[in-house]
Write a protein that binds this ligand. Structure first.
Ligand SMILES: Cc1cc2nc3c(=O)[nH]c(=O)nc-3n(C[C@H](O)[C@H](O)[C@H](O)COP(=O)(O)O)c2cc1C
Length: 194
């Protein structure tokens, strides 16, 4: 489908699952190619931490070039998403166990968590791509709470290493665009666990 996201204002929020940044950026390029006007958002951790997967400034640079906008990475920058009705849809992918816990419990002390709260206040879809080693352990209850919430949808996901990391689940990045399309039609793309 060519450019079927044209005229869609899409928030693309990234949390500190650093090992998935390469695939995330590839997916962001694909969403941009489909015509979406992307507002990039990063958690303070994703925005500022250098890790063995790369330097924060390099990732920020690359993301800003794809989207043609500065990254929203502070609470004051995220707050207008609510009153200005800035976004048609907000994607949080990768979403860490940490941010899942905040979202499930109404905690809003990060740029990404506040972006979600501000956006949901406008009764518009939030699409989550889980990436965490504790998805089937400490984060399982939070995923369950969020699945049962109005206006929250998930990008399909898989256990990535059932024997080596039995509680780990990672978003299927290639399903991102389809999950967004479904969420814009108030539908959960199935199967959600692949
Ligand atoms: C190299 C590295 C990789 C990480 N990968 C993940 C991950 O894939 N999933 C996850 O839930 N946390 C991961 N973490 C931990 C998070 O970065 C940490 O929980 C952080 O508080 C998340 O903050 P945020 O949710 O505001 O981005 C990783 C940390 C480091 C240093």
């Amino acid at each position: 489908m060519m450019e079927d996201f044209k005229n869609i204002k899409l928030g693309y929020a990234i949390c500190g699952s650093f090992c998935t940044f390469r695939k995330t950026i590839d997916e962001m390029k694909e969403i941009s190619r489909l015509g979406a006007d992307i507002y990039p958002i990063m958690s303070q951790n994703a925005y500022s931490l250098d890790t063995r997967f790369g330097l924060a400034a390099d990732f920020v640079n690359e993301i800003e070039n794809i989207c043609g906008k500065s990254v929203i990475h502070t609470i004051p920058q995220a707050e207008p998403i609510g009153p200005k009705k800035l976004l048609d849809v907000l994607v949080i992918s990768p979403c860490t166990g940490n941010t899942l816990a905040k979202l499930a419990n109404g905690v809003t002390d990060t740029s990404v968590a506040l972006a979600a709260k501000a956006h949901l206040r406008n009764v518009r879809p939030l699409v989550i791509g889980v990436s965490t080693n504790d998805a089937l352990a400490a984060a399982a209850k939070n995923i369950g709470v969020l699945m049962n919430n109005k206006n929250i949808y998930f990008i399909p996901m898989s256990q990535d290493d059932p024997s080596g990391k039995p509680n780990s689940v990672v978003v299927r990045f290639e399903k991102t665009a389809d999950a967004i399309r479904s969420a814009l039609n108030q539908t959960q793309l199935q199967p959600v666990y692949i």
